[in-house]
Design a protein around this ligand. Structure first.
Ligand code: OFO
Length: 165
């Protein structure tokens, strides 16, 4: 049995995961529009992963007898200055999500809600992977620079990564 506070906070996270999915899907549309088909495929695949993050929270709430509530989801940005800006924002966004998951884990621990604490461990591990993944893309961008040729190669690389994210 979850506390009302925990139910509210898990629902907030559920909606945040929806936002992440929309953000990456919108970024995917921008990339596709600019001809970065690899980046578009990568972000689209990642958007689907975010929907799975949302679904896990939905199921956990439901399975513990609470009501998942789908609220209003903020509109993501639609225009970006460059592919570097897109991936700088994704990394920043993942860091923000990690901070939210950490807050949730802290609440679960300090209220002795060990079931939720255990449930959240999957997200703790996942955020570690997500930050690592997005940081690796930023590192590659730093390494190759932003010439047309460099971006073409990075885009090809992202295409191959889209199959494994
Ligand atoms: Fe990208 O981890 Fe969920 O939001």
């Amino acid at each position: 049995m979850l506390t009302t506070d925990m139910i509210n906070k898990l629902n907030e996270q559920l909606n945040l995961e929806f936002y992440s999915a929309n953000l990456y899907l919108q970024m995917s549309a921008w990339c596709s529009d600019k001809g970065y088909e690899g980046a578009a495929a990568f972000l689209k695949a990642h958007s689907q992963e975010e929907m799975e993050h949302m679904q896990r929270l939905f199921d956990y709430l439901s399975d513990t007898g609470a009501l998942p509530i789908l609220g209003q989801i903020a509109a993501p940005p639609v225009a970006f200055n460059s592919i570097a800006e897109v991936f700088t924002l994704t990394y920043k966004h993942e860091q923000e999500i990690t901070a939210e998951i950490n807050k949730l884990a802290h609440l679960a621990m300090t209220t002795q809600d060990y079931s939720t604490f255990n449930f959240l461990q999957w997200y703790v591990a996942e955020q570690h992977e997500e930050e690592k993944l997005f940081k690796s893309i930023l590192d590659k961008l730093d390494m190759v620079g932003e010439s047309g040729k460099a971006l073409f190669l990075l885009d090809k690389d992202l295409k191959s990564m889209s199959a494994v994210t």
